[in-house]
Structures are given as structure tokens and as C-alpha cells.
Design a protein around this ligand. Structure first.
Ligand SMILES: *Cc1c(COP(=O)(O)O)cnc(C)c1O
Length: 217
């Protein structure tokens, strides 16, 4: 199936309370334009250099999301255009985002990436650490960032029980935080192979790549 057919199939599989981030890492401008012409306006990338190159050469009404691990010294390259950073996994990074946003006279929306998988390789804050951070005075002094939600990556497994546990634990934490933090409205979880389950467990933003563009090399 073509990119536009894949997209249309996806659009019909959930209602409009769920936002789709089309993960276009490693994919060409032509492939991105095919998705764009089918109506997709939100794209996610995981590498700063690739993101900047694509931002510069593609239509300016695309919403670019940074979904991959972000190094502090690279925030400055994306601060002026990034729409949402999903991958805030430490406080120093958040402070740098705040500083770069301030330089550009804007506020940048961010998600806190919460570690839900048991695998060692996954980045993310613990729930406790996230809570302590949100409650700190230093956090409250950051005026140029807004934490609008949480992001999580489940374990790489086809064991539905494990996935359900991880998604529901993040959903619980999300619902709990929302009571105290009204800005928190976005729950980014679910990828190509687990997005259906993620939506069942409360996700309202899914990040889908290979199901739209085909497998990556
Ligand atoms: C690559 C990537 C995705 C999309 O993965 P697919 O399996 O291709 O859908 C989602 N989230 C993050 C953080 C990624 O790096």
C-alpha cells in the first residue's frame, strides 16, 4: 500500500481525540510530501541534524516534533521552530530548553519522558523524579517552557500483558498529575506495533513510522 493509503487506514482506526505524529526519520522529502499531501501535518524526528535539514526544505506549516534523545548542546538548533519536544528526560535539558526559548522570545511545549519499560536502554525519568521536579521552586521559575504532558516507550515485546501493564501505569500517573497540573493534557504513547493497545490505555498522541512509510533500513 502507498503512504497515503496507509495514512487513511490509520486515520479511520481512531477518532480525532488522538493526534498522529508521523515518524519520518530516515525517510526522504518526497516520502514526507506524499504524507503531507494526504493531509498529515505533524511529523516526528529523532536526530537534530536531520530535523533541521528537513525543516529548512519542507513546507513551513509542518509541525515538527522532536521525539528522540536530545543533547543539551543541540537545543539551540531547533529552539526557533520546534513545536513539541517529547523527550525531556532530565532537568538540565529542560533548563537549556527554557534558556533557548527565552532567547527566541517564545515558550516551548515539552513532554516529560517517563521510563516505563524494564529494558536498560530506554531513556526516561522515573515517576518519582518527575514529581519532585514538577514540585521544585526551580522548575516553577522556568517561564519559557510548558510541560503539556508525558511520553513513554513500552518494552519491545509482543507480550500484551507486559505492554498493558506499562501503558496503564503511565496512564495512571498521567491522570494523577492532571489533577494538580492543568497544563498536562497530552499522553504520547504507542508506536506502529502497539498503538492500538496504547489508545485503549488512554494515549491521545501516537508516534507511528513504519506503518505509514514502510520499514526502515
Ligand atoms: C522510531 C520511533 C517511533 C516510531 O517507530 P515505528 O515502530 O516505526 O512506528 C516512535 N517513537 C520514537 C521515540 C521513535 O524513535
Amino acid at each position: 500500500m502507498s503512504i497515503s493509503e496507509n495514512l487513511n487506514k490509520l486515520y479511520h482506526s481512531f477518532d480525532n481525540s488522538v493526534k498522529l505524529v508521523a515518524v519520518s526519520k530516515t525517510k526522504s522529502n518526497e516520502q514526507i510530501m506524499e504524507a503531507y499531501q494526504a493531509g498529515q501535518k505533524i511529523f516526528g524526528e529523532n536526530k537534530v541534524q536531520e530535523l533541521v535539514t528537513k525543516y529548512n526544505s519542507l513546507p513551513k506549516d509542518i509541525e515538527w516534533h522532536m521525539i528522540g534523545h536530545l543533547q543539551r548542546n543541540k537545543v539551540k538548533y531547533i529552539a526557533n521552530f520546534i513545536k513539541l519536544i517529547h523527550s525531556v528526560d532530565n532537568f538540565k535539558l529542560l533548563k537549556e530548553i527554557n534558556q533557548q526559548a527565552k532567547k527566541n522570545n517564545i515558550t516551548i511545549d515539552c513532554l516529560l519522558q517517563i521510563k516505563i519499560a524494564s529494558e536498560k536502554t530506554k531513556f526516561g525519568l522515573s515517576k518519582d523524579h518527575a514529581k519532585v521536579m514538577l514540585e521544585s521552586e526551580e522548575f516553577k521559575s522556568l517561564k519559557n517552557i510548558t510541560i503539556i504532558g508525558l511520553m513513554g516507550m513500552a518494552s519491545f515485546t509482543n507480550n500484551d500483558e507486559i505492554l498493558k501493564n506499562e501503558f496503564s501505569s503511565l496512564n495512571d500517573f498521567f491522570n494523577n498529575l492532571r489533577l494538580a497540573y492543568p497544563n498536562i493534557t497530552v499522553l504520547s504513547m504507542g508506536m506502529s506495533y502497539d498503538h492500538k493497545l496504547a489508545i485503549q490505555y488512554g494515549s491521545n498522541m501516537i508516534r507511528v513510522g513504519s506503518l505509514i512509510f514502510g520499514e526502515r533500513n
